[in-house]
Design a protein around this ligand. Sequence first.
Ligand code: NAD
Ligand code: 0WE
Length: 262
Amino acid sequence: MGLLSGKTALVFGLANERSIAWGITQAFHREGATIGISYAGEALERRVKPLAAQVNADFVEECDVSSDEQIAAVAEKAKARFGEIDILVHSIGFANKDELQGHFYNTSRAGFHLAMDISVYSFVGLARAFQPMMRKGGALLTLTYYGSMKVAPNYNMMGVAKAALEASTRYLAADFGPQGIRVNAISAGPIRTLAAMGVSGFRDMYKNFADMAPMRENVTQEDCGNAAVYLCSDWAAHVTGEVHYVDSGYNIMAAPDPRKEQ
Ligand code: NAD
Ligand code: 0WE
């Protein structure tokens, strides 16, 4: 018996084998969940379909979360296929490249809206669309980053979006609590994924992270997967509205530790 045996999980945000969504999907599969997968658009189909096959997922649906119609359509299909679902994972974030460099004050109105729409509103929109088919005892989960709490150079607009995403997690947790559905976020340390590699200065911050973190190690997609299993399982039965750090302890430090390593 796995920790998620008998549960059905829908995972949004799978792009390739480096995606955090893939670490979560594999961990859910290992723990016995039935998996459904949703990906952004046609361009990803060729990469996503073989991954879905590896976890025996036959529900593999395209959904651009900037479209209310596409969210409604995937919810309809999920209802027809599964009836009820237990777990929904939102592992999606996007801002235009322009918004991830230089001064935050140069963020354009359109760039601000786009990042908030795809990275924040989509979680709210998915929560609403799936609310009627979420089973009691179920869980929603999203992915965030510490740039929401402190200034991470160049993260800029995404930091503001993640702050709103974490607040949305709390408001959704309050909304869904009476139905017995929990809503949480994982705040992951930097991981080399498609979204991260397209960022200038990522290499340096990746290395600096491991030097500063108490555990002196970077985190992996697998670490996120295992934390996601806990947060979405009955072991976290009364854990809701939380931002759970999976970051080797980085967020507890105020300065690098100058002491010599043992
Ligand atoms: P990724 O590129 O593998 O995943 C991002 C996903 O967002 C992709 O699958 C992409 O297709 C999807 N997406 C973008 N626009 C979309 C749209 N309009 N409709 C549907 N899907 C859309 O990268 P990742 O690092 O696995 O990112 C997943 C989540 O984890 C993001 O929320 C990211 O902010 C967060 N996160 C990443 C890191 C990191 O360092 N990689 C750290 C903390 C949090
Ligand atoms: O949330 C993220 C990635 C967010 C992201 C990345 C891109 C790159 C390509 C959102 N949109 C885009 N759009 C693109 O066109 N992370 C937590 C990873 C990340 O991104 C950073 C980081 C870290 C860490 C950007 C600047 C500084 C640090």
